[in-house]
Write a protein that binds this ligand. Structure first.
Ligand SMILES: [Fe+2]
Length: 212
């Protein structure tokens, strides 16, 4: 996409509001057209930098998830839930590969940047496991809700980035991110199905037994 330069509406704003994000403010004015790199432009605009940083965030998040999902699967009891979590682990590996393709299309190094949100969500999931009884459906309910919180974070991230890629004219990247977005939505729906069809009811019965 042609880099729509200088949309400096807020020219009154101090130039030092993002120090270091560009070596100097004239660089983008001089290094624009010409060098038609890969899918993207050179990644010099503020938006391009933001896009790249956001990809690094979700890349880290996905990698982190590949460590968290096996723990949740191990802690779960319902076979259906265990299968869903294991299956999502495989799907997640695919998301990582897709992101690597995205980095390649951008002509950028595939690297992660710590995602505080994903770290928090997985920590919370671990607390849910610790605070619930082993072998209980209540724990399974907690795991499902924790996993859905993760899915919703990812849906928001991929949804936003896919849309942004479209706006930036990065068609191939838009398609890749869109595929992952669809898979995250599917995962979310299948978790809802498991909860509604069996586990929530089982957990409710379990609650009655233990109420004293
Ligand atoms: Fe994912």
């Amino acid at each position: 996409m042609p880099q729509t330069k200088s949309k400096r509406k807020t020219s009154s704003r101090s130039q030092s509001s993002y120090p270091g994000s560009r070596t100097n403010s004239t660089s983008r004015a001089t290094s624009r057209s010409g060098s038609g790199a890969s899918q993207s432009s050179s990644g010099n605009t503020m938006l391009e930098k933001f896009f790249y940083d956001s990809l690094k965030d979700i890349y880290w998040a996905e990698k982190h998830l590949t460590k968290a999902l096996p723990k949740l699967s191990k802690a779960a009891t319902s076979e259906e839930l265990v299968n869903a979590l294991d299956e999502h682990l495989e799907v997640t590996e695919g998301h990582i590969e897709r992101l690597e393709q995205v980095f390649e299309l951008l002509g950028k190094k595939a690297q992660g940047k710590k995602c505080e949100a994903m770290e928090g969500l997985t920590k919370e999931a671990e607390s849910v496991v610790e605070e619930t009884e082993d072998g209980s459906s209540t724990r399974d309910v907690g795991i499902i809700i924790s996993a859905q919180k993760v899915e919703h974070y990812e849906i928001a991230a991929y949804g936003g980035l896919a849309q942004l890629a479209k706006t930036m004219g990065l068609t191939e990247i838009h398609d890749l991110l869109g595929q992952t977005l669809d898979e995250e939505k599917q995962a979310d729906e299948s978790l809802t199905g498991i909860a509604e069809n069996t586990i929530n009811l089982q957990a409710e019965e379990e609650g009655e037994e233990e109420e004293e």
